[in-house]
Design a protein around this ligand. Structure first.
Ligand code: CP
Length: 334
């Protein structure tokens, strides 16, 4: 494996092998597997789980890591081609990234969507421009349109749930005070479809996932025997659901228009996940969220603190899942 930037780059069997490796490293630790290896982590945007779980995972495999957060102790990065650099940024990624790569055996990059132009973000232009400057094994730590590490950990979390046969997976939009990127919803709907689940995207009008995201998920479902549908009808979506994955994202009707987005989400405060959403769901329906989550805005305390929530296990699984990715990228012959 040379790069881990999209779950769609791998056949389903290879993803299952990665999850099996994550489980093995959990039960049979290999504290010297990556001794002497260095992982660089470049965060253009904030993080708790991704940063801490990669550093912890690398240490548990015997390697070390360094973290760069431009503008916070290191030079602020300019990312635009052709920029006249008279502003705050003292270093261009054209120098910064190759320099950073040269110190490391693998590099992870987090670069969120600019949130201005939907087509640019769907094409993942910012991340791809940065990835092109890296000549080392590369990991996507969340880009405009993908979060493969979250998706791999979520795959493992779903494997741990009881039950077999066809499972209904609902990805539901939930309320948030401002527009958030499409990376997690895009990665999640694809991951669940790739698993062969019956996937329903539940979202209010104006928040439909773009055709490029839905079509990618539908292609994965066609290969796996799953299905992908969407609706704005909560009762229809939740009927018989085994998993409800809650996530916030920005209006796709008003992408990049903050005021119009705000006006649209202003009337959607009842999209805070509460116990009464589960009236028609399977009795053991579980709740997932990638975190961070705003309590009582996106998900009510009663759900997060109740027996349906598996969000902490989901967050824990980031570490073994990423250890499996690091092992595949950096251990010769693995
Ligand atoms: N889910 C996730 O990626 O969390 P962080 O943004 O804290 O890394």
């Amino acid at each position: 494996m040379k790069r881990f930037t999209d779950l769609a780059d791998f056949p389903r069997a290879e993803v299952q092998q990665l999850v099996a490796l994550a489980q093995r490293l959990e039960t049979q630790p290999e504290p010297q597997a990556l001794a002497g290896k260095v992982l660089g982590l470049l965060f253009m945007n904030p993080s708790l789980r991704t940063l801490a779980s990669f550093q912890a995972g690398m240490a548990r495999l015997g390697g070390s890591s360094l973290v760069i957060t431009p503008g916070q102790g290191t030079w602020q990065f300019e990312t635009r081609d052709g920029a006249v650099m008279t502003g705050a940024a003292a270093e261009h990624i054209r120098e910064g990234l190759p320099v950073l790569s040269s110190y490391c055996d693998a590099l992870g990059i987090r670069a969120f969507a600019a949130g201005e132009d939907l087509e640019d973000d769907l094409a993942d232009k910012r991340f791809k421009a940065m990835a092109a400057l890296v000549d080392r094994p590369l990991i996507n730590l969340e880009s405009a349109i993908n979060h493969p590490c979250q998706a791999l950990a979520d795959w493992k979390t779903l494997d741990e749930l009881p039950g077999s046969g066809r499972r209904k997976f609902v990805l539901s939009w939930v309320s948030h005070p401002k527009a958030l990127p499409l990376a997690v919803p895009a990665a999640t709907v694809h991951m669940a479809a790739m698993r062969g689940m019956d996937v329903v995207v539940l979202r209010p009008e104006g928040f439909a996932l773009p055709p490029a995201i839905m079509d990618k998920a539908r292609r994965a479902a066609a290969d796996s025997g799953g299905s992908v549908a969407e609706t704005a009808d909560r009762a229809e979506a939740l009927a018989g659901a085994h998993v409800l994955y809650a996530k916030e994202w920005g209006s796709t009707r008003h992408y990049g228009d903050e005021l119009a987005d705000q006006a649209q989400r202003g009337s959607l405060k009842d999209w805070c996940l509460r116990d009464d959403w589960f009236a028609g769901a399977a009795p053991d329906c579980r709740v997932m969220h990638c975190l961070p989550v705003r309590r009582n805005s996106a998900i009510a305390d009663e759900v997060l603190d109740g027996p349906r929530s598996i969000v902490l296990r989901q967050a824990y699984n980031r570490m073994p899942a990423q250890m499996a990715v690091l092992y595949r990228l950096l251990k010769p012959g693995a």
